[in-house]
Design a protein around this ligand. Sequence first.
Ligand SMILES: NC(=O)C1=CN([C@@H]2O[C@H](COP(=O)(O)OP(=O)(O)OC[C@H]3O[C@@H](n4cnc5c(N)ncnc54)[C@H](OP(=O)(O)O)[C@@H]3O)[C@@H](O)[C@H]2O)C=CC1
Ligand SMILES: O=C(O)CCC(=O)C(=O)O
Ligand SMILES: [Mg+2]
Length: 420
Amino acid sequence: MSTYQKVSVPSDGQKITVNGDLSLNVPNHPIIPFIEGDGIGVDITPVMKAVVDAAVDKAYHGKKSVVWMEAYCGEKAATIYDGEYLPDETLEVLREYVVSIKGPLTTPVGGGFRSLNVALRQQLDLYVCQRPVRWFEGVPSPVNHPELTDMVIFRENSEDIYSGIEWKAGSAEAKKVIDFLQNEMGVTQIRFPEECGIGIKPVSKEGTQRLVRKAIQHAIDHDLPSVTLVHKGNIMKFTEGAFKEWGYELAAERFGATLLDGGPWMTLNNPKTGNEIIIKDVIADAFLQQILMRPADYSVIATLNLNGDYISDALAAEVGGIGIAPGANKGGSVAVYEATHGTAPKYAGQNKVNPGSLILSAEMMLRDMGWTAAADLIISGIQGAIANKTVTYDFERLMPDAILLSTSEFGKAIIKHMDA
Ligand SMILES: NC(=O)C1=CN([C@@H]2O[C@H](COP(=O)(O)OP(=O)(O)OC[C@H]3O[C@@H](n4cnc5c(N)ncnc54)[C@H](OP(=O)(O)O)[C@@H]3O)[C@@H](O)[C@H]2O)C=CC1
Ligand SMILES: O=C(O)CCC(=O)C(=O)O
Ligand SMILES: [Mg+2]
């Protein structure tokens, strides 16, 4: 067992390991690293752990348990590791223990250090950001039929403008790039070249196809009716447009999809059920109105990094907001589960916000570990707490007659309703 500088490894648990086919070997008492997170991390992470522990205990009566191990990133890491926000040790821990969960981390806007969330995804090559969006009965929503929204977003997590290749307006680097574009590449369209920031958007065939492959495989495994490639390929032809082309190509070459009515949409038979899966595409701005007007037409969504970021918060709003929208970052053999929302600094330390997003991320984690009975108990607990109108401020302010609960009280309400 590795020894770490600051992370203390519990003596009473075992490691999850990965088989050759990328399935997991999950011992009965797995060590699962968690990162508390900045801002409201301090409020939601302990509640998530308590809910998971209760669900696992209720489901397996002590035969299984999660052995939590704290790892550090963000502001807490900086205090422990002498100013380092993302210590190498943290990356090692997340890699070595395979499955982990994290709270939100702060990213300064317009300057300062780059996103730690993005850095974790890139350094661990967690190329899929999987974000399911479903409605729980009773959750307040701005749409008339929130039950029609049932989608899973597969957001490409390693490329696009999130690569962080950009130069500040007026810097020597920006000037050099602009000079190269104008003088060696014949570019004439930079409207105001004098004081102009420059960003680069890399999108590759390999990056696209590994993401689209996971999205189509998800539709096959869960017998879902369609996979939609969402892109802005009319404007960004060789990045977003190529994403669409490479996505269709992968569907044909890897999964045997054929053109539907002459294309570009495609069709394939689910090899597990025989049901049809439609592979289609839609331009991103139109998609943002389609999800409000015709959400039932969409199921699995495959999209690039920035589109996926926007789409996940927009879709979350339809089913109750980012307080309840879960997510997972997955690579070949490592997965880091995390809430969709950020650090909500104005609520930090107030025991006020909804822990639902992180709890449902843990629910995804347990399901992926094969601990289905515990995952089901979390779902029934959340359904019960909401049906009884005992909710946190974000739901309470929109639900007539609801009882306002704190973060920790909502966790207790979930636990109370687990048997329901
Ligand atoms: N994966 C990550 O770690 C992420 C990190 N971030 C980072 O978080 C910081 C703050 O970002 P910001 O844009 O303000 O976005 P946040 O998601 O932190 O907050 C925006 C608003 O969403 C609502 N909200 C967020 N979380 C919850 C919750 N758990 N329960 C109920 N409501 C919630 C609140 O709405 P209301 O005001 O209406 O109550 C809040 O003011 C930034 O540094 C950003 O970079 C952002 C996204 C993801
Ligand atoms: O890294 C950040 O600060 C923001 C990340 C984000 O918005 C997301 O993961 O959806
Ligand atoms: Mg986001």
